[in-house]
Write a protein that binds this ligand. Structure first.
Ligand code: ADP
Length: 404
């Protein structure tokens, strides 16, 4: 029996989707609807054999999903929308309520909307995506998969900030962590590839993309992670600063008369690789500028690696050792330079990278005599979402819905 599962990532003006055949995990179709709300919106669908693209007005998310379902049938990717067995929705924030993916009900949807206070840019539009699919496919089970859920295993010393207690108890200010779906997928894949149970491993996972986060995973549980109350904290990113001295903010606010919104923009959009290099937020561009002799670009790459090294080091202390280091995300999967810079001079830990394997983006890049495995694994959040739909909602529902 094969199930057709849709994985959805709804943004404010976009909708990313992937239709997977499960449990095989193969992609039947994937694509993107962009510029929702504009007269020149665009829908792109790709199957392993074909690609379609169309520019047309799309008024809102409801129209976008209606169009998507029409196109899937129209291009004969599915016979009818009823063939979809389950829909998994990526949701940014699950607060302290959602410790795992959940079947969507009216109550869970209301909770997701309430959590908009913690993720004002993302949760409302994630909830909107869920509502539209529920309206259009009322009999198809929906599952919410939270970016924060995997990190709900953190213990107090890892998630409490040393602020007055009421900021945690009354306002919910704590480390939540993000990228959980990716860290969970990549660590599970690592264990599979090693042929060792994840419960026996101490892993540090580096998800390095436009947004970057590091996660310490001990015995399969997230025990620390670099993103915190927001995705702004931790290591340096494309346009985000990551951790800085917190008092810089009130100092700059007073000195330059910046509002909280302007400070947010400074930290989220003007900093990181872009801010230091002055060239671009894109790692490849900064690499190119550095190779051309641009000193700020060179410094930006060094800072990027050093801040990741410091985080990995602290997680090794917390876990009492390291069995495997994993690289994923656009930079982690592709940049031999970034991986080499992060792993240099760690022989004393038994962490040694083989230059040639690193250059080739091999699945394992540690040297023969290394104690610590170093893996390069392509992340696949959509597959993780589809697996969660199967695990949380599907097996029993499909047997109820589809007579044997
Ligand atoms: P997102 O966080 O938006 O999903 P990605 O995971 O796609 O982002 O990562 C984007 C980053 O990966 C960019 O900084 C880009 O420069 C970098 N990247 C992609 N391919 C390469 C490559 N071949 N070499 C170095 N960096 C790369």
């Amino acid at each position: 029996m094969s199930y057709k599962i849709m994985a959805i990532n709804a943004g404010s003006s976009s909708l990313k989707f992937q239709l997977l055949a499960m449990p095989q995990g193969s992609t039947l179709c994937q694509g993107l609807i962009e510029r929702i709300g504009m007269p020149d919106a665009r829908i792109t669908l790709k199957t392993p054999a074909e690609k379609w693209q169309e520019t047309l007005p799309i008024a809102d998310h409801r129209e976008a999903v209606t169009l998507l379902l029409e196109k899937l049938s129209g291009y004969r990717i599915i016979r009818s929308p009823e063939e979809i067995d389950g829909v998994g929705h990526r949701v940014a924030h699950g607060g302290e309520i959602f410790k795992d993916s959940v079947r969507v009900t009216d109550e869970t949807l209301a909770e997701i909307e309430r959590l908009a206070e913690l993720a004002p840019l993302h949760n409302p539009v994630n909830a909107l995506g869920i509502s539209v699919f529920r309206q259009l496919l009322p009999d198809v089970p929906a599952v919410a998969v939270f970016d924060t859920a995997f990190h709900q295993t953190l213990e107090e010393p890892a998630y409490i900030y040393p602020l007055p207690w009421r900021y945690y108890s009354e306002l919910g200010i704590r480390r939540y962590g993000f990228h959980g779906t990716s860290h969970k997928y990549v660590s599970a894949t690592l264990a599979e590839k090693l042929g060792v149970p994840l419960s026996a491993l101490r892993v540090v996972c580096c998800h390095l993309g436009n947004g970057s986060s590091i996660c310490a995973i001990k015995g399969g549980r997230s025990v620390n992670t670099s993103m915190g109350f927001t995705p702004q904290s931790g290591v340096m990113m494309g346009t985000r600063s990551g951790d800085i001295d917190p008092s810089i903010l009130p100092w700059v606010a007073l000195r330059e008369g910046k509002s909280p919104q302007q400070l947010n923009h400074l930290l989220n959009n003007e900093s990181g690789l872009l801010g230091v290099s002055g060239v671009s937020p894109d790692y490849r561009d900064v690499e190119q500028a550095a190779e051309g002799g641009n000193r700020q670009a060179q410094l930006a790459l060094t800072l990027f690696a050093e801040r990741i090294r410091a985080t990995i080091g602290s997680y090794i202390m917390q876990m009492g050792g390291l069995d495997a280091l994993v690289f994923t995300g656009g930079i982690g999967e592709n940049s031999a330079r970034a991986r080499a810079a992060i792993c240099q001079n760690l022989h004393f830990l038994g962490l040694i990278v083989d230059e040639e394997k690193n250059r080739q983006n091999a699945a394992f890049i540690q040297a023969e005599n290394a104690m610590v495995k170093v893996a390069v694994i392509n992340t696949n959040e959509e597959l993780m979402i589809a697996r969660d739909v199967m695990r949380v909602a599907l097996t029993e529902t499909v047997t109820q819905r589809v007579p044997a």
